[in-house]
Design a protein around this ligand. Structure first.
Ligand code: BES
Ligand code: MN
Ligand code: ZN
Length: 453
């Protein structure tokens, strides 16, 4: 577990946070020797910058690090893999979010090759909420590990095994419906997308908590590899499609956090898992699928597969009229054009909920930006032969038409859809390059505010 690698019960080397704007006054109270030493290291307390402060008059050597006064990952999120290995303690108070940043910046993916070093370990001060920090760090690390794993080792059945293990840990129930049994459940869309792959498609359905508590459903797009199907992706577009289960990974990480924190909700996790592969029995452009909701879907493009697996899951979720539904999906390249790779595009059918989520996203350093479910574009997904078509003829507003497609399967429930990258294309403090849970903390923070003790 990540938290066991980057936290310690007993820190020895002290770390001081020095705010950039207080640097001059802070420095003035140091000895001349210490000032000179800081100067030689070029330390000016810029955010994330760190330096050694030599021992002085019996005080032990310590680390100073700069921060800009903001509550985010910038101050501590880069330190765990930069400071020498060892045990550290905080001399100045830090927020839970800053300490979480330490952990998230300490993450290394070591399934296939050993990490080159161990992270420095931090003692969590008694003033902080250690449980929540530890659970949050392990939740995100869980998501990242799932995403970073190669698609050959993370097929639908592997994802199902991960969900079953998660259920076991928290005494949840977990039902997996796979292969042709999906047709008995009327999940014609999940089945069609996944049937060409060696490892059959499945629907993961996990339940946890007290049924009397408010019902919250999390749904994650679990395309374990997206080749594009018969509308095959070009090489560059296919290269990172092991991450196309990033929505599922985010939903599973969030489920972990909710259960670890024992949030009083009645939780359901639905993951439609499938590999979008090419074979003689693959679904084709022009095919018409029968979905769980009863709507027929004309296939325009087999590469618009995410909305297909999600639509069956959404209609299953809505049947029980839960309080809230959140879905996470690496759904469109278009969302990436709109908001880039480091921001989650959010679509929501409830304005107050959207505002609250936006606020939660800011306070949890998990940025989301609302996009419109613009009704004027509905005509773009009308079909001449079926109830709806899976991809619009026009290339414009692709993330909106994808969200509008999903909305056709949602009935009378407050629903939020996150179109996410699920991957850091560069290393930033608290965000190492590679798989990333996006929207996880924003939603958790919202749920905690609304339902927490
Ligand atoms: N998984 C992709 C979307 C994606 C691509 C997300 C790159 C993040 C980074 C999705 O299944 C897809 O292929 N979408 C198509 C839809 C189009 C065919 C309507 C897209 O966005 O190009
Ligand atoms: Mn696709
Ligand atoms: Zn996809």
């Amino acid at each position: 577990m990540l938290s066991e690698r980057c936290f310690t019960a007993e820190g020895t080397t002290p770390i001081q946070l020095v705010s950039s704007k207080d640097f001059d006054t802070w420095q003035a109270q140091l000895s001349a020797g210490q000032q000179a030493w800081l100067q030689r290291q070029g330390f000016t307390a810029r955010k994330g910058q760190w330096a050694w402060l030599e021992e002085d008059a019996g005080a032990p050597a310590s680390v100073v690090t700069g921060w800009d006064g903001r509550d985010n990952f910038d101050a501590l999120g880069g330190l765990a893999l930069k400071l020498p290995e060892g045990d550290y303690s905080l001399q100045t108070p830090a927020t839970d979010l800053q300490i979480l940043g330490w952990a998230l910046g300490a993450y290394q993916f070591s399934r296939y090759t050993a990490a080159s070093r161990a992270p420095a370990r931090l003692q969590i001060p008694s003033a902080n909420n250690a449980d929540k920090i530890i659970h949050s760090a392990d939740a995100v690390a869980f998501s990242r590990d799932l995403i970073n794993t190669g698609a050959g080792d993370m097929c639908p059945s592997h994802l199902a095994a991960e969900a079953a293990a998660l259920a076991e840990t928290f005494d949840a129930s977990c039902r997996i419906t796979s292969g042709d049994a999906l047709l008995d459940m009327d999940c014609g869309a999940i089945h069609a997308v996944g049937r060409a792959a060696e490892d059959p498609p499945c629907l993961i359905d996990l339940h946890w908590g007290n049924q009397a508590d408010p019902a919250v459903v999390l749904i994650g797009k679990g395309i374990t590899f997206d080749s594009g199907g018969l509308n095959l992706k070009p090489a560059a577009g296919m290269r990172w499609m092991k991450k196309d289960m990033g929505g599922a990974a985010t939903a599973m990480g969030l489920a972990y956090l909710i259960m670890a924190q024992k949030l009083p909700v009645s939780l359901r996790l639905l993951v439609p898992a499938a590999e979008n592969a090419v074979a003689g029995n693959a679904f084709r452009p022009g095919d018409v699928l029968h979905t769980h909701k009863g709507l027929t879907v004309e296939i325009d493009n087999t590469d618009a597969e995410g909305r297909l697996v999600l639509c069956d899951a959404l209609s299953i979720a809505c049947a029980e009229q839960p309080e809230l539904i959140f879905d996470f999906a690496t759904l469109t390249g278009s969302a990436r054009s709109a908001v880039g790779t480091e921001l989650a595009a959010m679509f929501c059918n409830d304005d107050n909920l959207a505002l609250a989520l936006q606020a939660s996203s800011t306070s949890s350093a998990d940025p989301v930006w609302r996009m419109p479910l613009h009704g004027g574009y509905e005509h773009m997904i009308d079909s001449k032969v079926a109830d709806v078509v899976n991809s619009a003829a026009s290339p414009y507003a692709g993330s909106i038409t994808a969200a509008l497609f999903l909305q056709r399967f949602v009935t009378d429930v407050a629903w939020t859809h996150f179109d996410i990258m699920a991957f850091n294309t560069r290393t930033r403090p608290g965000h190492p390059e590679g798989g990333e849970a996006m929207g996880l903390r924003a939603v958790y923070h919202y749920l905690e505010q609304r339902f927490g003790p």
